[in-house]
Design a protein around this ligand. Structure first.
Ligand SMILES: NC(=O)c1ccc[n+]([C@@H]2O[C@H](COP(=O)([O-])OP(=O)(O)OC[C@H]3O[C@@H](n4cnc5c(N)ncnc54)[C@H](OP(=O)(O)O)[C@@H]3O)[C@@H](O)[C@H]2O)c1
Length: 378
């Protein structure tokens, strides 16, 4: 089961602060932007904040619009999204608004924090211990598999946003820039120091809302291991969509492929039967656009809607071999090759035998298959 779509939402001052150090919460958004936030809340299954935000701001995190709540109910959803918090200590104020407004409440914590949280909260909230330390991937897996959450909005604070972004678990960042300064080094920042993805994020939207500006970004850097990150899903989805550009064929699959550097830079893309070549494969077309000596290939990931071929009649080397020869050591694919043209092709096996890591995202298989339905038996 795929992890929930994770949307980080925050407002910052011009100098990058989430708040000041005063006792009251600093209002950064404008009234129309608070309404936009309400709309986003109404669209998600769950809203998460760190325990620090509950202690500092005492937020309610509601869908305030009666129309939006009615629309949720009409769609068979609860009026309010599930409210979720994380704590290691279990040090939660049972009198906070968070517990006494809105829908169901859920606390993720450590084995140690669970005792304290359960003692303080009684049956106000479900308390889920996740071991000696809180693992975000385990938390998101639990939210998806046990609570059926497909879309999660994270409303801070900085510690939570920083971890989710750095661990590659955030699909999107919705950032509102407010026209004021905080100027206090003691105030909380949106993102703390540490290692982030090397390259640029993808800007997907900018919108003026009264005197604030909403910017939406997507992380771009591929994962480095077997666990897929949010950017892997994005790139693979784009590769699957690229397959729709292939000239139709009754004798070959339609496939899209993208080569992405470790810092999230797109190096090349290709699709089946690209240009004037009726037999070229997507991965082959993409790799042909790159200098074989390009040092970025060693850290790159190849996204291919269909697993790279293991055998082919039309060229001396199959794509799995071309990828290995290019020095690429990570491949992300959606769909294992069916027996339509080659029996038990297993390009994944060839790549793995050659030392490459192959990650399969079955949640995108239907999208990869879509332009090839006429070629799939049964
Ligand atoms: N401008 C905005 O959009 C916005 C939005 C939200 C918040 N804020 C501001 O942000 C500030 C709060 O941010 P913050 O960074 O201090 O707090 P935070 O991120 O809301 O919460 C941090 C707390 O969450 C728990 N936590 C986080 N990661 C954990 C992990 N991996 N395992 C277990 N527990 C974990 C810990 O709770 P325990 O300490 O209980 O163990 C930790 O102290 C406030 O000033 C608030 O006003 C601003």
């Amino acid at each position: 089961m795929p992890l929930p779509y994770v949307l980080l939402s925050a407002a910052v001052s011009l100098d990058g602060y989430l708040d000041d150090t005063g006792p009251e919460r600093l209002l950064l958004s404008s009234p129309a932007d608070f309404d936009r936030v309400d709309e986003v809340r109404a669209s998600v299954d769950a809203i998460l904040v760190g325990a620090g935000t509950i202690r500092a701001d005492n937020p309610r995190l509601l869908v305030n619009s009666a129309e939006r709540r009615a629309a949720r109910l009409a769609a068979g959803r609860p009026a309010y999204p599930l409210k979720v918090t994380v704590t290691a200590t279990g040090d939660l104020d049972p009198g906070a608004h968070f517990w006494h407004t809105g829908g169901d409440k859920l606390v993720y914590t450590t084995d140690r924090g669970a005792e304290q949280a359960a003692r303080l909260l009684g049956d106000t909230a479900a308390v889920v211990p996740l071991g000696t330390a809180l693992d975000w991937r385990a938390l998101l897996t639990h939210l998806g598999e046990v609570r059926g959450v497909e879309r999660l909005m994270v409303e801070g604070g900085g510690l939570v946003h920083t971890q989710l972004l750095r661990q590659g678990l955030a699909d999107e960042l919705q950032l509102v820039l407010a026209p004021l300064f905080v100027g206090d080094p003691e105030a909380p920042r949106l993102f703390g120091p540490g290692a982030y993805q090397g390259g640029r994020l993808r800007l997907v939207e900018t919108r003026r809302i009264e005197d604030v500006v909403l910017t939406r970004y997507q992380p771009t850097a591929p994962g480095t291991g077997a666990d897929p990150v949010a950017a892997d899903r994005h790139w693979l989805r784009t590769a699957c969509e690229l397959a729709a550009q292939c000239p139709p064929s009754e004798t070959a699959f339609s496939v899209g492929a993208i080569v992405v550097g470790a810092d999230g830079t797109e190096l090349a893309r290709g699709h089946s039967r690209e240009g004037d070549d009726p037999v070229v494969h997507a991965e082959e077309a993409a790799l042909a656009k790159l200098d074989p000596a390009d040092p970025r290939l060693a850290g790159a990931t190849v996204y291919s809607s269909l697993e790279p071929c293991a055998r082919r009649a039309s060229r001396p080397a199959p794509c799995a071999e071309l990828i290995l020869r290019a020095g690429v050591r990570r491949v992300v694919t959606a769909w294992r090759e069916p027996d339509t043209f080659v029996t038990a092709a297993d390009g994944t096996g060839v790549l793995r035998a050659g030392g490459a890591l192959v990650v399969v995202l079955p949640e995108l298989a239907a999208l990869a298959e879509a332009p090839n339905r006429h070629l799939i038996k049964g």
